[in-house]
Design a protein around this ligand. Structure first.
Ligand SMILES: [Zn+2]
Length: 380
């Protein structure tokens, strides 16, 4: 194996679907009667083919250009060389090897094309005639790689067209769901809902489609794009997701948030208790539950924050939650000590001002309550 292809093997391991197509040229020197690999592979920036036929066509065009160009000189003797083969390597994520379109040119015959597989261990092997299933795999691969390349080059917005295409042609494909968080972040909830619905329909035993469908609905309700009544549909899908995977804590947390968003504090508390029973070490759940309880039951809130702090002692958000609960319970001295610790370990954190103000108010309130008694004592 030449060193160029060895480099390609390394890149494939790191980049996966993002690996660029590459053209490798073999030249021959008549004088020393040897074949040489081209000095370097030529990476192909955009892989815009959609199926096997357009891949072959693209390789044919590139080969014609290469055959038309001067081939350079022999590295051994300096004599003029000529091109004998142009190999277009396209990484195939499913087959985990390169699909190669090899173009050769013989006098009087013209350009001939053959399909090969290539990998590190077996080298080049004939690919034979492609079945319909293999052709589908190439279409799928091209679709996914267009998305990966666009995301890597210019971010998720640049990939929107390719993802919309894939949502149609690769309905229910699990690889599409991985873009759901990024798509939601740029307001593409409708597209996420479309992808997730197809996934949930095709993979009834998997929770992810249901989860992302619920997330998309939740997002659309928050943006006022669909009526709030859709929240109950989101809840249904989250329940299905949690039913399929009881320790799916993102889904459990979302169920809690939806109950909260509806103003159903009791329902939210029940949801948190169920979620914590399934994921007893989930610190995020404890923190969310704690902050919900602050308004109605600060003692229970304190218990949640204390448990969370015991698992993540350096998490400053949890410490603030704990201080907030102590202040609401009127335990100002303990809150004071805790905030001192926070100042020592985390400096002037942005949230300090707000909590310190609450502490001052609580202390004033405590003096107002104790002062009249002192007054009475002084008079007596
Ligand atoms: Zn030579």
């Amino acid at each position: 194996m030449n060193t160029l292809l060895a480099q390609r093997v390394l890149s494939a391991r790191h980049q996966g679907a993002g690996l660029l197509d590459c053209v490798y040229v073999t030249v021959s020197c008549k004088r020393c009667n040897r074949f040489h690999d081209d000095a370097e592979g030529r990476p192909v920036k955009s892989a815009d083919y959609r199926d096997l036929d357009s891949l072959v066509e693209r390789a044919r065009v590139m080969a014609q250009q290469t055959f038309a160009e001067p081939a350079g000189v022999c590295r051994q003797c300096g004599w003029k060389t000529h091109v004998v083969a142009v190999d277009y390597h396209a990484w195939h994520t499913t087959a985990m090897r390169d699909l190669v379109v090899r173009a050769t040119r013989r006098p009087f015959v013209g350009l001939s094309i053959e399909l090969l597989w290539w990998n590190e261990t077996r080298g080049y092997t004939a690919a034979g005639t492609f079945t319909e299933a293999q052709r589908h795999q190439v279409r799928r691969d091209a679709c996914i790689r267009r998305i990966v390349a666009a995301v890597e080059r210019a971010g998720i917005r640049a990939a929107l067209g390719a993802i919309e295409d894939a949502a149609q042609t690769l309905r229910g494909d699990p690889d599409l769901l991985q873009y759901a968080p990024q798509l939601l972040a740029i307001g593409q909830a409708e597209l996420v809902a479309q992808i997730a619905t197809a996934h949930a329909g095709l993979h009834a035993d998997q929770p992810d489609g249901h989860f992302w469908l619920a997330m998309a609905l939740f997002d659309q309700v928050n943006r006022g794009q669909v009526p709030a009544t859709q929240l109950s549909l989101a809840e249904t899908h989250l329940r299905i997701a949690v039913g399929l995977k009881p320790d799916f804590s993102d889904a459990s947390r979302a169920l809690c948030s939806i109950a909260r968003a509806r103003g159903d504090v009791e329902g939210a508390c029940r949801a948190f208790e169920r979620a914590l029973a399934a994921s007893p070490a989930d610190v995020l759940l404890m923190a969310d539950f704690g902050s919900l309880l602050l308004g109605c039951d600060p003692a229970a809130a304190l218990a949640q924050f204390e448990r969370a702090v015991s698992l993540q002692p350096d998490n400053v958000d949890l410490l603030f939650g704990q201080a907030d609960a102590l202040i609401r319970l009127g335990r100002v001295t303990e809150a004071d000590v805790l905030l001192d610790d926070v100042r020592n370990s985390h400096g002037r954190h942005p949230r300090l001002v707000e909590v310190e103000r609450a502490l001052v108010r609580a202390r004033r309130h405590a003096t107002e309550v104790t002062e009249p008694r002192a007054h009475v004592r002084a008079r007596a």
